[in-house]
Design a protein around this ligand. Structure first.
Ligand code: NAG
Ligand code: NAG
Length: 194
């Protein structure tokens, strides 16, 4: 398809192929490593937090968490109309000298679900999560990304148990079966992998 289209464009002139090929290659590299490019031009670099014994460490130095909980960031970022709240919240946190925010990287089953049903995801919500991560970095905020809820809100444990029950693979209707039912553990491991 692409080739015959280009043939028409170039009238069969072979010289243009290497040029077009090179341009596509540059575009691809730019799109793949655009983030690194920004890094080289002075945006905040945030290393991952590590641990030594009971001490959190960043870049070899002790790190003390001073943060807050805004579980709703990804959810509010899905709709254009409420997206600006994410940046406003992170900016407010940064202004108060906070450096870490705990937020939800899950939303199972319900409204604006990231995981619609086991192993099925909504790309719009993934994009919103990407945006949350990018915004956090812009404001120099590290994130604790929670992957499941012990409570019912945003799905969590209860939703996993219900999925397994509905599909007839659940061993029990008890919410605590999240912790031992092999089918449910499978769902959750699959989610973490994705
Ligand atoms: C971890 O902590 C121990 C005890 O304080 C120290 O001796 C060691 O050098 C530390 N390791 C790193 C990688 O910082
Ligand atoms: C599981 O938890 C939900 C939410 O707290 C509750 O409504 C439901 O009754 C619980 N299921 C069982 C079997 O206890």
């Amino acid at each position: 398809m692409v080739k015959s289209h280009m043939n028409r464009m170039t009238g069969g002139n072979g010289m243009l192929y290497p040029i077009i090929g090179f341009a596509l290659c540059v575009a691809f590299i730019y799109m793949s490593f655009g983030d690194l490019w920004i890094d080289l031009h002075g945006e905040t670099k945030l290393s991952f937090v590590e641990r030594n014994g009971t001490q959190f460490m960043v870049d070899g130095k002790p790190f003390y968490i001073n943060g807050w909980n805004s579980y709703w960031l990804m959810d509010h970022g899905v709709d254009e109309s409420s997206r600006s709240r994410i940046s406003a919240m992170l900016q407010a946190g940064a202004k108060m000298g906070l450096t870490v925010c705990r937020t939800w990287a899950f939303n199972d089953g319900g409204y604006n679900a990231l995981q619609i049903s086991p192993g099925r995801f909504d790309e719009r919500v993934f994009r919103s999560l990407d945006n949350v991560i990018a915004e956090a970095r812009k404001h120099g905020i590290r994130l604790i990304l929670s992957l499941v809820n012990n409570l019912q809100a945003y799905g969590g444990k209860t939703q996993y148990v219900q999925w397994a029950w509905e599909e007839g693979v659940g061993l029990s209707a008890s919410n605590d079966s999240f912790f031992y039912d092999p089918s449910i553990l499978g769902y959750f491991k699959n989610y973490v992998k994705c």
